[in-house]
Design a protein around this ligand. Structure first.
Ligand code: AMP
Ligand code: ZN
Length: 487
């Protein structure tokens, strides 16, 4: 199937062509681990998980790296302000190392709960300090860097295509320069590669600046990497000089990704990534997610309100990554309800049998529900720039068809295959979350059916109630009774 994605580099929906046929090298900008991930951050990782899954469904081998920013991300993108990790450490009365380790574990836990496929490489910035320093050295040797009192900077004027990726208007940027602009910088858009620990201070995370990188200093100068540097250093160290796909939120386009491109391409002279995918932001009740507004939801907050991580995953998949999302609790409740209905369709597999021939739906009678075309249509919809809303619509239509059919016309194997396609591409755990009921419950259903056939309505009602108390609802069709989960 042809895969197409919106590529920020070209501004078009381009057919995905990897460097090596059948293999996709992907880099995803990871979280800054100074706090719990918000549902906005998590939405972004759900989108990129869909990307990985659809590549795999199209038989690609995916090699993926995600960094963990555990040092150097300052509170302002203009290389000013405090390091978020050091700030978080003060807030929680811990060291920056402890903060990093705690919130990295929390992030991995959230990934597991959301059923996100773990990248083969989860790389911490602090584990790649030497690689980052080597990159600074190469940039210095090529004349792209300069030193000012607080660190070593990249001179964006030496990289003529700097403004191209984000279509930046550098003159306008200069004219509107904010107060925080550091007057020692040569150009407004220049950015720190390596910052020096301010004199008289000691950071939790700091490393000695190699002597050959500093101009005129007899003393040891401690320092730490600028935030942008880690992504270039880590991705090139693990995946090589050119990526197939780089992903991140749209906020990264004008600064972080423009800087990644500049510092990587300045060193290699090659294109850093052939595809750049960016997700739009998720808002909460129409407003930007921010701590001060108190709408900083985490997975735990949603769970406290009675929602599971997979409910949230369903909510996110209902939208397209290129459209701004709006999170509301009502919207989440609707997603939860949709998922519940889907689970009850998944549970039908315990109540169906193999009709005639399992494979290829060939020799079946014409009433047998066919799902092969729907499976293909789901993959096609997602292959088309991650069209998950369309995929979900196809699933709804197919499930409606299944619910209308008699059980004997639903082939057990066909249904299982269809559910596996859904789980594989959308990660909704439909199969895992819908176990068969136990023999006791099955016995009660048999007894109730007998009572019904014997027109013993009192007994039938009593047994129905008993089942309900144990979480099972019976849906009676003309000729058959189907069990469903109450919750
Ligand atoms: P951070 O931990 O702040 O570096 O963010 C991690 C990722 O989440 C980045 O790729 C951001 O672009 C993305 N992101 C942050 N906020 C949102 C949001 N509200 N909606 C979607 N993505 C977001
Ligand atoms: Zn990055």
């Amino acid at each position: 199937m042809t895969l197409r994605f919106h590529n920020t580099l070209t501004g078009n929906i381009d057919e995905f062509v990897p460097q090596t046929p059948g293999k996709a090298l992907i880099y995803t900008c990871g979280p800054t681990v100074y706090d719990y991930a918000t549902i906005g951050n998590l939405a972004s990782y759900i989108y990129w998980d869909t990307l990985v899954r659809i590549l795999m469904a199209n038989d690609f081998e995916v090699v993926r790296v995600m960094n963990i920013t555990d040092v150097g991300h300052l509170t302002s993108d203009a290389d000013e302000g405090e390091d978020k990790l050091e700030k978080g450490a003060k807030r929680d009365g811990k060291t920056a190392w402890e903060i990093a380790s705690f919130y990295t574990a929390a992030f991995i836990d959230a990934m597991n709960q959301l059923n996100l496929i773990k990248p083969q490489y989860l790389a911490k910035a602090t584990d790649y300090i030497q690689d980052q320093l080597n990159l600074v050295r190469k940039l210095k040797d090529k004349g792209f860097t300069y030193q000012i009192s607080d660190g070593i900077y990249f001179d964006t004027s030496k990289f003529p295509s700097y403004a191209d990726f984000a279509h930046l208007d550098l003159d306008a940027q200069k004219a509107g320069a904010r107060v925080e602009f550091n007057p020692e910088k040569r150009n407004h858009s220049d950015f720190a590669l390596w910052k020096f620990t301010p004199t008289g201070t000691k950071r939790d995370m700091e490393w000695e600046t190699p002597a050959d990188l500093i101009e005129e200093s007899d003393e040891k100068v401690m320092g730490f990497p600028g935030w942008h540097l880690e992504c270039s250093a880590i991705s090139m160290s693990i995946l090589g000089e050119t990526l197939d796909i780089h992903t991140g939120g749209i906020d990264h386009i004008p600064v972080h990704h423009s800087n990644e491109i500049a510092q990587s391409e300045a060193v290699t002279g090659k294109r850093f990534s052939n595809f750049w995918l960016h997700n739009e932001f998720l808002k909460v009740n129409g407003t930007k997610i921010s701590k001060s507004l108190g709408n900083f939801f985490t997975l735990a907050d949603l769970e406290n309100k009675g929602f599971t991580p997979i409910d949230f995953r369903m909510f996110v998949l209902q939208g397209n990554y290129r459209n701004e999302g709006n999170f509301t609790l009502e919207g989440l409740a609707a997603a939860k309800n949709r998922l519940h209905n889907w689970r009850n369709v998944a549970a039908l597999r315990h109540q169906t049998h193999d009709t005639i021939q399992a494979d290829e739906e060939k020799n079946q009678n014409e009433k047998t529900v066919s799902l092969y075309a729907s499976s293909q249509a789901i993959i096609e919809a997602i292959s088309n720039d991650l069209g998950t809303p369309e995929a979900l619509r196809i699933i709804d239509d197919s499930f409606t068809k299944i619910l209308k059919a008699r059980l004997k016309n639903i082939n057990h194997q066909t249904l299982i295959k269809f559910l596996s396609t859904i789980d594989y591409t959308l990660g909704l755990r439909l199969v895992d979350s819908t176990p068969d009921i136990n023999d006791d419950l099955k016995q009660l259903i048999i007894e109730r059916n007998s009572a019904r056939i014997a027109k013993n309505w009192d007994k039938a009602d009593e047994l129905r109630k008993k089942l309900l108390e144990r979480g099972i609802v019976l849906r009676d069709n003309e000729n058959e009774s189907i069990w469903e989960y109450k919750d």
